[in-house]
Design a protein around this ligand. Sequence first.
Ligand code: KIV
Ligand code: ZN
Length: 542
Amino acid sequence: MSPRVPGPGVPPGTIRVFDTTLRDGEQAPGAGLTVAEKIEVARQLVRLNVDVVEAGFPASSPGDFEAVRRIAVETKGVAVAALARCRDGDPQRAVEAIRAAERPHLHVFIATSDIHLKHKLRMTRDEALKAAVQWVRYGRKALGRAAEIEFSAEDASRTDPGFLLDVYEAVVGAGASTVNIPDTVGYAIPAEFGALVGRVVERVGRDAVVSVHCHNDLGLASSNTLAAIQAGARQVEVTINGLGERAGNASLEEVVMAVRTRPTQFPGLATRVSTEQITPASRLVSYLTGFVVQPNKAVVGGNAFAHESGIHQDGVIKNPLTYEIMTPQSVGLTGSTISIGKLSGRKGLQKKLSELGYEVDGERLDAIYRAAIALADAKKDVTDEDLIALVEERVSEVPAAVQLEGWSVTSSKGGRSSGNVFLVVGGEARASETSGNGPVDALFKAVDAAIEPVLGWRPILAQYEIRAVGEGEDAQGQVLVRCRRSADSGPGALVVTGHGLSTNIIEASLEGYLAAVNKLHGASLPNVSGAYVSRGTLEGER
Ligand code: KIV
Ligand code: ZN
């Protein structure tokens, strides 16, 4: 049988790309984003031309509700999905968050495997089936005929297949237009998973879009997703850089580029993704979440198009097809042509950023322009990497309750370092001096001493990393810090990422530390508009 086409206005042969970076991706421990950062990622997903942006799990926290609501209001040209458990309260909250979207997409789920039913939900199969039908029916009624109502049977790949098919048939009867088959714990093997998908397509594929959602615990998430497409799935749930719970989800760039690179394996099928936007999307998500992309990661790793051995270099020079199955340009790695110096204008910078995959204008362009010109004074060449770092820096700006007015540090071989900071904390001038194991330690401790009496907490440093942006002695240092509040502990504690960028690595370190402090402060305010999207552990969720 031929499966249902994936939605009104979508041509037959389209594989609908459902991006869950902002929901499942953000569930990766320590990958939390602010509302403003989630909106920035959503904008990039629109440029990437995905079909659905799963913006979050509104019932999980006020911050996530607000992020989903704002993405639904502000993001055009894409369906906006929200996740909800099949229990009173969740679907209502999700509907409220996405109602204003151009194309609302409600995603309800309940576990169906005996392991989950017995040990987690303490429900019978029959109770789970009834809850699934009840909340799908609710979603259809609340959002109307035009909306997309998706049902996921959590842990589908470990569910008794007979029961699973009955559940899918029942929810389609109740109004589900998409049924999703999650390989929640990454347990499936491609041929086996393809066969399961084939059975679901056979049973309900005429009336609903069959979707898959694969996790990477055995490194098979992308392979399982591709096997599912071959078996008739017409929606794939994926994340940028494969971000996600535990070992992550199927990665968007791998699935999309496999379909594009091997058309004979997917006859008549294609996604609508603008693949040139893959690299900017990958960089943005990596930067904002602080999850560095491994150099040998397929498609977006730093070495994905690097040829080290002489034989390979020789082949690629003679003809890139010898060792490259896709071009770097096709995923947005452009050999850019305009260089930026002290005399460059705004227009030139804007064009250059556009070549690098970033569409920037207005105040943000002005701010990047000022920073680029200042940088051109401080170092010989402003490289592509410098510009990318400047763009990224602007993206995660947060309102600064704590501002740095000045600092000084002394340090010598074998001795302790001593640091002074001058800050403004909530409008109040504060100065402090402390010693530490090194200059950065001394200054961070000085910040702690200055802010704790005013804010009532100090940051606890969980991670500190520094890397050079580009090459050369005058390269900028980009610092990443991860912190939590001293007042919070345990597995649910909010961990935030702060970045700093400067040709002076001590300055970059302080900038990064204060960026994290300001995010933690924002998250502790009752007004959630700029708040961090934190998520407690929900009963019934993995
Ligand atoms: O992995 C999973 O089962 C999920 C569902 C909520 C779709 O993320
Ligand atoms: Zn998942």
